[in-house]
Design a protein around this ligand. Structure first.
Ligand SMILES: Cc1ncc(COP(=O)(O)O)c(C=O)c1O
Length: 456
């Protein structure tokens, strides 16, 4: 792979993938029907129309690698594919092939399939300190299962979650704490408490205010902010001092920060942890892993009250397990994690050059690790701005890039990164003009909106 140019300034002369060539008429025609049939018009809120500018493709028809084609045949480089699940690439052949071969052998039987044990062994081989694993289809289910297990293990009801991190589960114990809490009993919401990331004193106070009542601490080892030196180990020590279970949610960090997750990257092994997303390159597979003495409560070899742990009809469909086995193999053999970091670093360098050249310091910012980059858009007063987010995404889309984030995959080649950097540069030129002349002149339609809001 070659990095053709590394100077975003040269991008000003680059061929613009102009919106003039983009026709969204097929998408536009389908959108009303989607909204009529599906609440929100999409089965995942983060993919919804309100998350994208008006000048955006409404539906994706197909994908290959990091490229997607919409219903009207427009082609884009895509970022954050499948809510960060598709880390190898769309239609990644060895994974598709492994799943397909397995499907031909049957996907669901009346007794377990051997591949359940094979993947269990492979998964536990990469996650240090985890002795047992249980698979499921969704990250939300495994994180909720971790909470239930911790409650059963400790005999306590309260759950402490990191309030600075955006998402842990679609279930009531978490969604009840957000703006989107309609339909969730107050009694459930009151069982979840919040602490601030990197604030050990705050966590200690929480434990002191609720003595012997907090079953577990649920957090991502790292989201956007990095942990202060020693913080994660001190959190673990505090949990052990107070008799609580430490749960790391590795849905995003797993197979990105390190093959062994953020827990390996930071050298702190939690009592339980949960994985999903990257585990199957987009196939529905998630895992709860952890210490034997806790996990075994979901099994048959103990004399305590049994825990109903993740037993579902579709939980261990063999083709998803086969996809995951193959994904793990590719990660090990092809140094996928290192590649994600490298491509993210290159993109960071080019985007930061563009920020400087377009005088957008303090206004447009890249945040996060290179393997998990997000961007922040601000207005002239340096306040976070959904209107400028919409404008930036609109201008990228015009230039053939769909980027709700800049989260790269194994399929983002040097050419894709370069093409993105050129699109970013040109979008930044418009961003600068919109700051100087007023955004209304440049933004087509309404701003985007956050998912977690109470009203439309
Ligand atoms: C950190 C984190 N935890 C849990 C989940 C839930 O995973 P799923 O959507 O597979 O249920 C997500 C999903 O975005 C997530 O980002």
């Amino acid at each position: 792979m070659s990095g053709s140019k590394n100077n975003t300034g040269a991008a000003a002369e680059a061929v613009v993938r102009s919106s003039d060539s983009q026709d969204f008429s097929k998408s536009r025609a389908l959108q009303p029907k989607a909204h009529n049939l599906i609440p929100g018009g999409s089965h995942t809120y983060a993919k919804g129309d309100d998350q994208f500018p008006e000048l955006a493709p409404g539906f994706i028809a197909r994908g290959k690698g990091c490229h997607v084609w919409d219903l009207d045949g427009n082609e884009f480089v895509e970022y954050g594919m499948g809510l960060r699940a598709v880390t190898l690439g769309h239609g990644f052949e060895p994974v598709v092939e492994a799943a397909y071969k397995q499907m031909q052998q049957g996907i669901n039987f009346s007794r377990p399939a051997k591949i359940e044990v094979d993947l269990a062994e492979a998964m536990l081989g990469v996650i240090d300190g985890a002795a047992m694993v249980k698979f499921a289809k969704n990250g939300s289910d495994v994180t909720t299962a971790a909470v239930k297990l911790a409650r059963a293990y400790t005999g306590r009801d309260l759950v402490a979650i990191c309030g600075d991190q955006p998402f842990f589960s679609t279930d009531d114990w978490f969604i009840g704490t957000t703006e989107l809490n309609a339909g969730i009993p107050q009694a459930i919401t009151e069982l979840t408490l919040k602490f601030r990331y990197n604030d050990l004193d705050g966590m200690r106070e929480l434990f002191d205010r609720h003595p012997a009542q907090i079953a577990c601490v649920v957090m991502e080892a790292e989201a956007i902010a990095a942990p202060a030196s020693g913080y994660l180990q001190k959190v673990k020590d505090l949990c052990e001092e107070k008799g609580a279970v430490l749960i790391f949610d590795e849905m995003i960090t797993g197979f990105r920060w390190h093959l062994g997750g953020a827990q390996k990257f930071h050298g702190v092994v939690p009592h339980l942890s949960t994985f999903g997303k990257a585990m199957g390159n987009g196939f529905a597979i998630a895992a709860l892993v952890g210490k034997r003495e806790i996990m075994c409560l979901g099994g048959l070899d103990h004399d305590q009250d049994r825990v109903f742990l993740l037993s579902t009809t579709h939980g261990a469909e063999t083709h998803a397990l086969a996809a995951s086995l193959e994904t793990l193999r590719i990660y090990r053999e092809r140094q996928v994690v290192e590649f994600l970091w490298k491509q993210g670093q290159q993109l960071t360098k080019l985007v930061n050059q563009s920020i400087a050249e377009n005088r957008l310091g303090g206004v447009f910012e890249l945040l996060g690790r290179p393997c998990n980059l997000i961007f922040v858009t601000r207005d002239n007063d340096q306040n976070p701005s959904q209107a400028f987010r919409a404008l930036f995404m609109q201008e990228l889309i015009r230039r053939g890039v769909i980027a709700p984030s800049f989260v790269v995959s194994f399929s983002h080649s040097d050419e894709d990164i370069q093409r993105t950097a050129e699109a970013v540069y040109e979008s930044h030129v418009i961003y600068r003009k919109a700051l100087d002349e007023g955004i209304d002149k440049y933004l087509n339609g309404r701003p985007v909106k956050p998912v977690f809001r109470k009203y439309n």
